[in-house]
Structure formats: C-alpha cells, structure tokens
Ligand binder design. Sequence first.
Ligand code: 5GP
Length: 212
Amino acid sequence: MAKRGRLFVISGPAGAGKTEIVKKLLQQHPDVRLSVSCTTRAPRPGEVDGVNYHFVSEERFKALIDEGAFYEWAHVHQNHYGTLKSTVQQELALGHDLILEIDVQGCLQVMAQDASVTGIFICPPSRENLEQRLRRRGTESEESIRVRLGNVAKEVATAYRYHYVIIHQDWSVEPRALEIATEEVYAVIAARRLELENRRDFLDALTASLKA
Ligand code: 5GP
C-alpha cells in the first residue's frame, strides 16, 4: 500500500510572494501537489474553474459548510474560502505530499486539528520592502497602506506558531530571491520525507535481511 502523503500549510502576508513561490515549486517539483480550494469570489481574468479554484456561489458554500465538507474554511477579504476534506483525504491516501496555500486563520485551524501538519510562513524581508511593494502597485491610498500594514503586523504576530519561516528577499537585492525561497520550501518537504517515521519500514526490512 502507498505511504500516506504529508500535509503542508503555507501562508504569509499579501505581497510576500507566496503564490509565486508555490507556482514555481509545482513547476520544478511535480511530486508536490497543491489543493484547489473553493471560493465565493469571482474569477479573475485568466483564472479557470477547477484549476485555480472551484468557484461556487454563497449558497453552495453554505451548503458545503452544513454538510461538513470542509477541512477548514475562512472568511477572507469579504469572501469565503475553504479546503475540501475530500481533496485532502484523496491526495494523502494516494501518497502525495499536499500543499494548502491558505490564509493565516485557516493555517492555524489546520495546525490545531492535526499535529503532523507542517506550517511554513513566508515573510517579506522588512517593513520598508513591503511598503515599497504596496506603493509600487500605485493602487492604494495612504489610509489603505496604513490599514494593510496594520494587518500585516497581526499576521506576522502569528508567524511564531509556524514550524518554518522563509524570508522572501526582494529581487532588487537578491536576483535569485524567488529561486532561493522556492528551494527553501522544497528543503522543508524533502527533510520531512527523510524523517525516521518514514524510514521505519525500510530499516525494519534492512535489519531483517542483515539477520538472515
Ligand atoms: P485570492 O483571492 O487572492 O486568491 O486569495 C486571498 C486569500 O485567501 C489568500 O491569502 C489565500 O491564501 C487565501 N485562501 C485561498 N484559498 C483558501 C482556503 O481554502 N482556505 C483559507 N483559509 N484561505 C484561503
């Protein structure tokens, strides 16, 4: 029987680059899977139903909550987002290592309900860097930048509850920043695969063969 896969939750403040990192990780390491969440927000141009998200109505989302279909769910930026239990169960049963790229509330829920889950927090290198990124977008008012930085402070306060913290450097400081952060996430996954618990069957067989 295939070994069960492991679950990894990745989160971090908006603008820290977690989506880019996860995208690169999946391109470079097809042995890692990403869970497709349900959301009530409208698709953005180019987003495909069933690929980026399962786009559902508020009614459908509420029905899924009532059915107990979610592994975790949260209300983020005026919309609902949730991970289906069926996705998690199927992928892990197939032996796939699965990433949930979800918000901080969702990550804390998942880590609280399953101690074997690995939490990875992606951090911007500094307040200045994050502020620059928000200003570069040119879409935020001063007030909105202040509100967002306040939210980031709350999110960063939760980073202490994760297992790993990855600093995503700015590309103007480190041109390979994205590659480095991506490989650091993969290093966490690779290290978990090498844990004794996953090697026990192999060691038992080797030990038995050595006694024969
Ligand atoms: P966006 O609308 O930009 O795709 O995502 C907004 C936020 O929702 C991001 O922080 C993203 O990580 C989070 N998110 C996406 N899917 C899920 C999910 O299934 N559960 C939770 N809790 N958050 C999610």
